[in-house]
Design a binder for this molecule. Structure first.
Ligand SMILES: *Cc1c(COP(=O)(O)O)cnc(C)c1O
Length: 399
């Protein structure tokens, strides 16, 4: 029996260009974003300009993390303590965490077998809130035009959590540019890697001036180049609390070269994703997550469903794969471990019954596809999963 020896958590090294850029910042000693020499924009301000352009957005702010970006977005649109915020039930802890961090209350919306938000349930819960924090969880993107029809009809503003969709899009329009705000993460396991980091994009000058002030601008907002005109700060500069969460020059310096390479990296991710998908499509007893043709996704991770299986059966498939080096994350596991997390383990939010999502989330198997995996590695991983699933497939159809 083949065994896979690669590591699901090993990212590629940074390029020499990124390392050189980091060394320039370190030699300069000027690591704070506002500590720039006369005439020098600084790495952070340049990253913001380049990222805004990349996602076809008017303005961009770089911050300390993706989770910080989400909380800042919620504050910037004026979510108040006690206010309800809609969000999808299938997501990771930073999303309900951002809502809870400002003492707002998540209202969970069911998900479909495509792992995207359930429009019927959204429609039903729409009267409860005027903000939707939409998580494009694991890079699965719902029909954004249809979503905006629903949210516009109900006067709901959409904040997009694009932690898994940097570089992705719907119908050729960048993910993050559909809602009023896009929030991105540059944490190690996302699409560009600065260890920690986040980006906020919007076309709304009020939201951006408020976000900049919130992030801790020390009245240095004129050093921001991807920002609205000075006049937009008049109404916010004395009114907005400073909740420091800026990005530093070192991170920005290593992100800028990575941003230039993003399209190449996406092509490499999708090559790996398609190898696994086409292989697993032939395996009986598991369900592929279908993508719509308008979805311009980034296949940086892979999910499939083991629907209608018992807990013990799924557990045994997970263990079988693990013993052969393929570590699958199982969202239905009793205890959340590693990066998995299910809504019912977020005890800080009101308990909610998600009947439809339970069936789906409990059957999700998930793995990252770091670019250190070769196409050959992906074939091997898919072979192992296929064998383990088929070995444990009830044989009734063979009769
Ligand atoms: C990673 C992630 C974030 C942002 O997290 P940080 O670790 O704070 O950068 C937000 N949403 C989802 C779904 C994520 O996986």
């Amino acid at each position: 029996m083949e065994i896979f020896n690669g590591s699901f958590t090993q990212q590629e090294p940074l390029s020499q260009e990124a390392i050189d850029a980091a060394l320039r910042v370190l030699h300069s000693g000027r690591l704070h974003r506002y500590n720039v020499e006369e005439g020098d924009a600084g790495e952070v301000a340049l990253l913001e300009i380049e990222f805004a352009e990349r996602v076809a957005s008017e303005f961009c702010l770089a911050v300390a993390s993706g989770g910080y970006a989400l909380a800042t977005a919620l504050r910037a649109v004026g979510v108040k303590p006690g206010q309800k915020v809609l969000t999808n039930a299938f997501t990771l802890a930073p999303v309900p965490g951002a809502i809870a961090s400002i003492n707002a209350v998540p209202v969970l919306v069911e998900v479909t077998e495509n792992l995207t938000i359930d429009f019927d349930d959204l429609e039903a819960k729409a009267p409860q809130s005027d903000v939707l924090l939409l998580s494009h969880m694991r890079g699965h993107i719902c029909d954004m035009e249809k979503l905006l029809k629903i949210t516009n009809r109900h006067g709901i503003r959409v904040i997009e959590d694009c932690a898994h969709t940097m570089g992705a899009g719907w119908n050729k329009k960048p993910s993050g540019s559909y809602g009023i705000i896009g929030c991105f993460s540059t944490q190690t396991y996302k699409h560009i890697n600065s260890g920690e980091g986040g980006l906020i994009t919007t076309n709304d000058p009020q939201i951006m001036s408020k976000s900049i002030a919130l992030s801790g601008s020390y009245m240095m907002f004129e050093k921001h180049l991807s920002a609205p005109a000075k006049a937009h700060f008049d109404g916010v500069k004395y009114e907005t609390p400073n909740i420091s969460g800026r990005m530093d020059q070192l991170r920005a310096a290593i992100l800028r070269p990575q941003l230039k390479e993003l399209d190449n990296q996406i092509a490499r991710w999708n090559e790996r994703y398609m190898i696994i998908e086409s292989f697993l499509r032939r395996v009986e007893g598991l369900q592929i997550i279908e993508r719509q043709t308008q979805e311009n996704f980034v296949g940086s991770s892979f999910q499939f469903l083991l629907l209608n299986r018992s807990y013990a059966e799924i557990q045994s498939i997970v263990e079988g794969c693990k013993s052969r080096g393929v570590e699958l994350k199982w969202f239905g596991q009793g205890e959340p471990i590693g990066f998995t997390s299910k809504y019912d383990s977020w005890k800080y939010i009101p308990s909610q019954k998600m009947t439809k999502s339970d069936r789906i989330i409990n059957s999700i198997l998930d793995m990252r596809l770091p670019l250190t995996f070769s196409p050959e590695d992906c074939k091997l991983i898919a072979t192992i999963i296929g064998q383990e699933v088929e070995r444990k497939t009830p044989l009734e159809r063979n009769g």
